[in-house]
Design a binder for this molecule. Structure first.
Ligand code: 4AZ
Length: 276
């Protein structure tokens, strides 16, 4: 049983360690069909703005050190979740992680294509609250820029893309089952922006965390089966060709009554990404 952020972060770390160890012990487990939950493999060339956050030092080499997702919003700027660079996730303070990198242009983590670029700076959203997970944004600066054509634009605050009922896609290399089966290839799952009331009902506070519509976005599948999961955090939720959310938190994965909670891009610091 997984709780929201604080509990799930510890879980994410433990599950990541398991996922790293398991293929070595078994000689390579087949990846179940899922993800992200209920997704399909996608080519990175079709969504070049999806990147993986990596530290082999902290997470081992089996999955190229992948532990979160991110999104290229400018040639040398990657948006991710603030909680992804917390010591809860990293196991040590950020300053002690010597090999924090972004992997771009690679669908299959263990392949050698694309580029691995050193993260030269990390800015936390000044409004991020680690207790409530409000404003779950961090901006990474890359040592070397990527092509401008690989970036994605952010939906402006007034955009219809944030409206309940909008179809969206969530991308990641995370758990495909909710049981610690991590995807070796980038996957994407179709979800819908849900009314804030769906997440307010699911996460009224107390043990599950609290949904705050000003800074969070509710998305998923009313019938369950399509969702983000552990390891997808920081990755993109895209609607109408624009970034609308970052995978942030939730209770379990793919359950109809517990939708995914995303950091709402309209609440990100204004100077962090080009909006249109
Ligand atoms: C996590 O812990 C996590 N089902 C991410 C997304 C969701 C749940 C947990 C949403 O990274």
């Amino acid at each position: 049983m997984r709780r929201s952020f604080a509990g799930s972060l510890t879980g994410a770390l433990a599950l990541t360690a398991m996922a790293v160890a398991a293929p070595q012990a078994s000689g390579g487990a087949a990846a179940p069909d899922g993800v992200v939950i209920g997704g399909q493999p996608v080519q990175i060339s079709e969504s070049p703005w999806v990147v993986a956050l990596s530290s082999r030092d902290r997470f081992g080499g089996t999955r190229a050190g992948q532990f979160c997702g991110g999104v290229l919003v400018a040639p040398a700027k990657v948006l991710t979740a603030a909680h992804c660079v917390s010591s809860d996730v990293l196991g040590v303070p950020l300053g002690q992680v010597r090999d924090l990198r972004v992997i771009a242009g690679r669908s299959t983590l263990k392949a050698t294509g694309g580029r691995e670029i050193t993260v030269s700076g990390v800015q936390l959203n000044p409004a991020y609250d680690a207790k409530t997970n409000e404003g779950d944004f961090a901006l990474l600066t890359l040592l070397d820029p990527l092509p401008a054509s690989d970036t994605i634009r952010v939906a402006g605050p007034g955009s219809a893309a944030y409206t309940a009922g909008t179809g969206a896609m969530v991308y990641g290399w995370g758990d495909t089952t909710g049981g610690g089966a991590y995807a070796g290839e980038l996957r994407a799952a179709p979800v819908k922006v849900l009314p804030d009331s769906a997440c307010e009902r699911a996460y009224p506070g107390r043990a599950q965390g609290t949904y705050r519509p000003e800074t969070m976005l509710c998305a998923g599948d009313e019938n369950g089966g399509h969702d983000a999961c552990q390891g997808d955090s920081g990755g993109p939720l895209v609607a109408g060709g624009r970034l609308i959310g970052l995978v942030s938190w939730g209770s379990g994965c793919g359950q109809a009554e517990s939708p995914g909670v995303y950091a709402r891009l309209s609440a990100a610091p204004e100077t962090w990404a080009a909006r249109s």
